[in-house]
Design a protein. Sequence first.
Length: 248
Amino acid sequence: MIATIHYNSKKYKIDLTQPIDISIPMISSVTNVNAWYLGPPKIEPVVEDDWVASVEKGAVINFNNISFNPHSHGTHTECVGHITKKVHSINQNLKQFFFMAEVITVAPEKLGDDFVISSKQIQTALGNKKRDAVIIRTIPNTKEKLSKQYSHTNPTYLLEETAVYLKKKGIKHLLVDLPSVDKEKDDGELLAHNAFWNTSGKLRMDATITEFIFVPNHVEDGSYFLNLQIAPFENDASPSKPILYKIE
């Protein structure tokens, strides 16, 4: 099914039958991707006395409880409420779901003991393109990202200058294949989060950060339409399922 998208007074065609899922599925296992020092998510049947809510165990339904943290256990989209005293809800602030996006691939730069993404790298990759969303794929890009345990590993992060550049560029939606845009242990400074959401000025309430994505290697750098799907949690963050559509 071919759909026509109107964007900035231009028409684009996308094939709705060819979605590219860049989310990481959540599984009840120690191999689930993880960060921030928590145990794995749990998906398990309700148990009442001798009754187990599993068809395999003799019940007529599967009826599971799910316990997880959106920031730790998979692809999630967060709003400024993640770092403000007032907890703003992603469900209340993300009101549009289709965006023109650019996929870029970046080789993190060495900075002391860290690996970082600089503003120069993003500027070189984007050039003069105007986009609603930027999707950053870091290399090496292996399937290890689907199950990596990130706690205490000092993962790659964005420099503050990079978040400032993205904000000035007018990027509303930032997607990264990292557990955070900030350094794992930064004494709570959260420089990139604060810069991107402009917490020192007028808050960018409609801007979002999506972490823990995975962009397969067969997906080429370039322009796509992004469908940013979230679950309707009244929380600063929600599990999400970003979907890309190649422009015909």
